[in-house]
Write a new protein. Structure first.
Lengths: 110, 112
C-alpha cells in the first residue's frame, strides 16, 4: 500500500522557534506538496516541488521554506514560528492525477 | 471570486436518502476535476475523478458541466458511513498538470 508519512502527528512549539516538518513518500513520486488546512479556509498550498532540489512557491509561502534533497523526502521549515502558523499541515505526493496525503501534523505555536 | 466554491453545509440527511452537492470553479481552462472525502481529524482521500461524460462508482455519481463551470456529486441510498466532508478539487493548470485547488468542503451528516 502506498504511503506518505509525516514525522509527527502533534507538535507544540514556542514563538520564535525554528520548526521542521518532515514528509516521506515511498511511491517514487516526482511531485510533492505542503498544504495547511484551517477552518473556513480549506487547504491552502504553501510550497510544492516537481523534482529533487526544485521548489516553487504556492499561494501562502510567507514565513515558510522547504527542502528537497532526496526524491522521497520533502521538508517544510518554519524559520521563526508565530502563533498565526498554528494549523494542520498536510503533505501530499502525486505522479498522475490525484494526491496521496499524509495523516497530517497538527502544529500549535504558543 | 474564489477559484473553487462549495456550499459549506452542513447537510443533515436521513439514512437512505439521496443527496447532491454542487461546486463551481472560476478557471474555464481547468482540465481535471475530483471529489475528495475527508473524515473528521483525518487526511483527505480521493473519492473519484470527474470526467466530461460523467462517471459512476456504486452509489456515487459525479458529473461535469463545462459550459456552466460546475461539477456535482450525487450519493444515493446514503449510509451512516458517508458522513464526512466532501472536497471539490480542480486542476487549474497554473503549474504543470499536478497543482490542485481545493474547495473548502461540504459537510455531510447522515442521520439514523
Amino acid at each position: 500500500d502506498v504511503k506518505v508519512t509525516q514525522s509527527s502527528r502533534y507538535l507544540v512549539k514556542r514563538t520564535g522557534e525554528k520548526v521542521f516538518l518532515e514528509c516521506v513518500q515511498d511511491m517514487d513520486h516526482e511531485n510533492m506538496f505542503w498544504y495547511r488546512q484551517d477552518p473556513g479556509l480549506g487547504l491552502r498550498l504553501i510550497y510544492f516541488s516537481y523534482d529533487v532540489k526544485m521548489k516553487e512557491k504556492g499561494d501562502i509561502p510567507e514565513g515558510y521554506s522547504v527542502s528537497r534533497e532526496k526524491k522521497e523526502r520533502f521538508s517544510l521549515i518554519l524559520e521563526s514560528a508565530s502563533t498565526n502558523q498554528t494549523s494542520m499541515y498536510l503533505c501530499a505526493s502525486s505522479r498522475l492525477s490525484g494526491y496521496t496525503f499524509g495523516s497530517g501534523t497538527r502544529l500549535t505555536v504558543v | 471570486r474564489k477559484e473553487v466554491e462549495q456550499d459549506p453545509g452542513p447537510f443533515n440527511v436521513p439514512e437512505g436518502a439521496t443527496v447532491a452537492f454542487n461546486c463551481t470553479y472560476s478557471n474555464s481552462a481547468s482540465q481535471s476535476f475530483f471529489w475528495y472525502r475527508q473524515d473528521c481529524r483525518k487526511e483527505p482521500k480521493l473519492l473519484m475523478s470527474v470526467y466530461s461524460s460523467g462517471n459512476e462508482d456504486g452509489r456515487f455519481t459525479a458529473q461535469l458541466n463545462r459550459a456552466s463551470q460546475y461539477i456535482s456529486l450525487l450519493i444515493r441510498d446514503s449510509k451512516l458511513s458517508d458522513s464526512a466532508t466532501y472536497l471539490c478539487v480542480v486542476n487549474p493548470l497554473d503549474f504543470g498538470n499536478e497543482k490542485l485547488t481545493f474547495g473548502t468542503g461540504t459537510r455531510l451528516t447522515i442521520i439514523p
